[in-house]
Design a protein around this ligand. Sequence first.
Ligand code: HEM
Length: 413
Amino acid sequence: MTSTAARIPLYGPTIDGDAAALYERMRAEHGPVVPVSLAPGLDAWLVVGHRELLHLTRDEQYFSHDPRRWTPLREGRVPRDSPVLPMVGWRPALLYSDGQQHRRMRGAVADALARVNGHELIRSVRATAERLIAEFATGGATEAELVGQYARALPLHVVTGLLGIGAEAGPPLVEAITTTVAATAESPAASRRMSAMLSELIEEKRRAPGEDLVSWLLGHDAGLSDEELLHNIVVTIVAGNRTTGNWIATTLLILLTDPAFRSSLSRGHLTVDDALDLVLWRFPPTQNFPARYATRDLSFGGQDVRAGDMLVLGLAGANADPEVLPADGRPVVGNRSHLAFGAGPHTCPAQDPARLIARTAVDTLRHRLPDLELAVPESALTWAASPWTKELAALPVRFSRPALAATALGDPR
Ligand code: HEM
């Protein structure tokens, strides 16, 4: 792929501003497939047309999931410490494979996820939520920072719990995985720690299987090798943690600031699920998802794409495509044709449990701290942007004393 002067950087000041305005500009200047750069010298196409994104995710013949096809990677032009590498480095896991190989691993992961008991999951999320609320609302405290103390902390505990990882082993394992994929000087050591911890976990589950994802993956007739098992566990933890945390955090923000929800929730017009949907449309937890790699030269969305080019899934941009989003920017309530979970054979296999986790987390907090409000003006909130995400950096709130424990309220809905 050749660089062009008009290429839009997905780093630096361009992505710090108004995301909706940026996608509008991209569409106006380039159409549905936009020439972008992920880092200096590392180019890609960002697909922001809803129809084109469906095509990209559904057509495995033209668009592969295997990053080893990416020209800069093949030519050794991606620095080892590039911030782009963690998201596009190859692993023997479902997210990086195509066709039969993908179906085999995907089948095992999807079957294991389908065995998750919804009621047990709600119970576990609610217990974790209660514990986190008790931690920050103790001793008469009336202020908290909900991104770090709640929204991100909760999926970390719940997702590792689903995998059958004990409460003590969870945080160090997630720390090792996060540092491994961060592509910094500490990554090699973290990667060794991660492999050792996961190998031990796999051995433990082999000796004494439990009712958890790792045990179900081990027993699945897809016959995953230990290496495949390890990397599919890594993908599941990485895919499930930050995404769900962002989803919860932005939904809490919407409930605290959007007048339609503030007045309507109490009267029952709009539900927490509607707020969760609005976030998936307008602020998808991953704005841009890497990636597909062209298997041959082709013309796509008006652009000349070369074999080996990277195409990034512009999930937020495609959701804002005027072909699917009304002019006022508010999706019709109940419409779930957004692409926040991707589409096609790799679409997120954990949509149901992820929604259960997010809904229960939001509902439990709402019931326990009914007078929750922002502790700073909305304009003072900060966001952290990368080529892939735009995340709420902090959500400072205040509240009076917690209400009765949510366990007295019945199942959150
Ligand atoms: C419990 C939480 C979650 C788990 C365990 C999970 C797990 C996974 C896994 C294993 C994949 C790879 C699927 C494949 O390649 O076949 C995946 C893909 C994906 N997930 Fe999730 N996920 C979770 C939550 C979320 C959330 C909250 C979002 C955002 C709303 C999300 C968005 C995606 C996207 C966009 C893809 C990629 C689709 C593609 O490449 O076409 N996930 N997820």
